[in-house]
Design a protein around this ligand. Sequence first.
Ligand code: PEP
Ligand code: MN
Length: 336
Amino acid sequence: MIIVMKPNAPVEERNKIVAGLEEKGFKVDLGTGKQAIIGVVGDASILNPHDIMVNDWVEKVLRVQEPFKRANRAFHPEDSIIDIDGVKIGGKQVQVIAGPCSVENRDQVVSVAKSVKMGGAHLMRGGAFKPRTSPYSFQGMGLPGLDLLKEAKAETGLPIVTEIMSTDVLDRFVEDVDLIQVGARNMQNFHLLKELGKTKKPILLKRGLAATVQEWIMSAEYIMAEGNPNVILCERGVRTFETYTRNTLDLSAVCAAKKLSHLPVIVDPSHAAGLWWMVPALAKAAVAVGADGLLIEVHNDPEKALCDGAQSLKPERFAELMGELKGIARIIGRDL
Ligand code: PEP
Ligand code: MN
């Protein structure tokens, strides 16, 4: 249940309602927006909205159908804007994360970071820990890969986005990573989500391979329930009957997630398509439907990439795409 106070309601009136709810055993969340909003956590079915409306300072009482509260737009009507080392995701500016699937060596990661920066990227990515379907495939460089990402950041100033797969490296990630990615395969690793929720780090939560929009937002709720509000959702394609593409990009999920939640939503067309030549068209479509950002794989030598070369853009094509995306952003009243 969500209680919306009138815009000029005195704080004491809100506090009186909160105290009454706490007396009844409810946990209460206070919204962070301009208007005072009280979120009632727990089974609010025993509460009668009319009893709460007895207080004249209450504007309305909403019964929330969705099982998520902190991630719910009803609780936080304004779009959330997440600050990643000065780069704000969720506002007017569409932000682009670019870089290789995995960190392979110093020259590769520094060279790609420099090219994507020149092309106009706002953050850089690179996997140090790689969740691979086969145990015989390249598993990533691990922590030495993180050191190389730091070198790339020192050279370019671009904030680092990289995937965490287990909590044993959490302290290093909190120290060195600007935006911690939870991959599709770990979207429902609830232990990992809870531990990330205990930090204040921005988290990029990818949609699971076959997760519904509600399941995806519930995973965001796990992080937020522990006290970390800095979550960004990432649609990266879902498993369907289609085999031509690696996954099926679900752009309707961007609209749905943004309607249900105040969290920023970005799109990863690279893992959705699995085909480099399709990435520019899908990236443009994503911006057109209102995505707050993009995650695009770029490699200096895709033919030799240790992971996901087939879906990686060369730096020149990435730079060209950034120009094209600017045009789309302008048409819908956004910057890029
Ligand atoms: C990735 O971003 O490199 C990745 C493994 O993505 P996903 O979890 O979406 O498959
Ligand atoms: Mn990849």
